[in-house]
Design a protein around this ligand. Structure first.
Ligand code: FES
Length: 121
């Protein structure tokens, strides 16, 4: 299995993304909560650069014990990547679409070895 060099450990800030690979076949590598995640930078909808989209937390309804709607809040433990072309949202930890988990970003394995980050192709 071949690998691509991404960066040295510590070069990538939490919340940022580094694109590696050839144009049209790029992989977005991101650091999230201390874990390196890597997805093909191609949205399963129509091929947009999903990894370059903004990240927003899941919006949750807040309900009273009797079911009354009280409002909404962000779930900071469930961050989404939003594809910049048409707004499809994917869970950053899994790459799954937030509504239909059958739609997902193509995940690659990121590995840390000898102080550097690599992504497996
Ligand atoms: S190409 Fe990503 S939402 Fe359409």
């Amino acid at each position: 299995m071949s690998e691509l060099y991404v960066c040295k450990v510590g070069e990538l800030d939490d919340g940022s993304v580094r694109l590696v690979g050839e144009p049209g076949r790029q992989i977005g590598v991101m650091l999230h909560d201390g874990e390196y995640l890597a997805y093909r930078n191609r949205c399963p909808h129509q091929g947009g650069p999903a990894c370059e989209g903004v990240r927003i937390p899941q919006v949750q309804d807040v309900l009273a014990e009797d079911g009354q709607f009280l409002g909404q809040r962000y779930d900071e433990n469930d961050l989404h990547i939003v594809c910049p072309w048409h707004g499809y949202e994917f869970h950053i930890k899994t790459g799954e679409h937030v509504i239909n988990p059958a739609i997902r970003l193509h995940k690659h394995k990121a590995v840390v070895r000898e102080g550097a980050v690599y992504v497996q192709l």
